[in-house]
Design a protein around this ligand. Structure first.
Ligand SMILES: Nc1ncnc2c1ncn2[C@@H]1O[C@H](COP(=O)(O)OP(=O)(O)OP(=O)(O)O)[C@@H](O)[C@H]1O
Ligand SMILES: O=P(O)(O)OC[C@H]1O[C@H](OP(=O)(O)OP(=O)(O)O)[C@H](O)[C@@H]1O
Ligand SMILES: [Mg+2]
Length: 307
């Protein structure tokens, strides 16, 4: 099958082909009922039930394809979008990417790091020295500002690009410091490094080109993905409570808009149903029990469309 001929009339959707964002991105597509089968080694997959073609690309390249308008939408890290903006001069109004939605996963920080056993504990100490990173644009902008602030614009920091395993650069004598991503901090610690400053904070985002080929379909995808994210983030909490405690119970579970209240057959009792953030639910249940709620049930939400 000549896949490329099937791409006309389809919305092109870029998805990370590997790395930290891939699985969560695929889970979102699955939850949004975007059905496809990817042939081994093929970076294009036609969606069975919607006029969409998925293009599997490295997260770092997605802002380029979307920014040029070659691909309509994509999932990548905010760090990659900012790096692209820092390195790509916008030559027309049609170029560049727009953020549609924060997807919540892929949380990490781009940080300046130096050897733990050393005297470089301020980013200014790296001015005029060797810094290695995969984020040359953001790193250059960061040190340019720092060089300006420190007053000596003549001293230039030497910034070099490497594509991966950035943390090895100091131990191998290639760098005095690095600028790399940190999540748990394990990689940094294992390499004997410490963070001395943050350049950018990042999560995965859904982005679109300035002129997507099918804006209605972009809205539909955004709305489906939003529904899946909400469903992942919230649970539905149901319980019974005496009407006299309704005010205090409503304060504990205010819901996204307002809780649903149903009258029970038993005189003076009502049933409440309310969306609660998963990470709050244990405390919410403790508090509900303390004010006399009974039959507290917590239900997972399969999918959602909320305001
Ligand atoms: N440790 C991490 N925890 C959370 N998110 C991360 C982490 N590392 C990277 N990311 C996010 O994932 C994006 C892609 O980085 P990642 O290193 O996974 O991709 P890659 O370099 O294409 O893949 P690989 O490293 O497997 O070759 C980053 O731009 C960042 O937004
Ligand atoms: O703080 P941590 O939880 O340890 O995560 C941070 C590490 O994760 C990423 O590396 P990745 O696994 O993608 O390998 P790479 O360096 O080869 O890209 C990133 O570049 C850091 O090295
Ligand atoms: Mg990587």
């Amino acid at each position: 099958m000549d896949l490329v001929n099937h791409l006309t009339d389809r919305l092109l959707f870029a998805v990370p082909k590997k790395g930290r964002l891939q699985q969560a991105a695929l889970d979102l597509l699955n939850g949004s009922d975007i059905q496809f089968r990817r042939e081994t080694r093929l970076d294009i997959a036609l969606v069975r039930n919607l006029p969409i073609a998925l293009i599997f690309l490295p997260a770092a390249d997605i802002p380029t394809f979307v920014g040029e308008g070659r691909v309509d939408i994509g999932i990548t890290g905010r760090d990659q979008v900012e790096e692209h903006a820092a390195t790509t001069p916008i030559s027309s109004e049609e170029q560049g990417v727009e953020e549609i939605l924060d997807l919540g996963f892929g949380k990490c920080k781009l940080q300046v790091q130096t050897p733990e056993k050393g005297s470089l504990n301020d980013p200014k100490d790296l001015i005029g020295r060797n810094v290695v990173t995969s984020f040359v644009g953001l790193t250059e902008a960061y040190f340019k500002e720092l060089e300006g602030v420190s007053g000596d614009k003549k001293i230039k920091t030497n910034i070099k690009y490497v594509g991966g395993s950035v943390e090895a650069a100091c131990a191998l004598g290639v760098a005095d410091g690095i600028v790399d991503l940190v999540e748990s901090g394990e990689t940094m610690k294992a390499a004997g490094l410490r963070a001395i400053s943050t350049v950018v904070e990042s999560t995965a985002i859904l982005i679109k080109s300035k002129r997507p080929s099918n804006p209605q379909l972009v809205d539909l995808i955004a709305s489906r993905i939003k529904g899946v994210i909400t469903a992942q983030k919230y649970v539905l909490c149901q319980y019974n409570i005496h009407r006299s405690k309704l005010d205090v119970a409503t304060k504990i579970t205010p819901g996204k808009r307002a809780p649903t209240i149903t009258t029970l057959e038993e005189e003076g009792w009502v049933a409440l149903s309310s969306m609660v953030e998963k990470k709050q639910i244990a405390t919410v249940m403790d508090n509900l029990e303390a004010v006399g709620a009974s039959d507290i049930l917590v239900l997972n939400i399969g999918n959602s469309r909320t305001g």
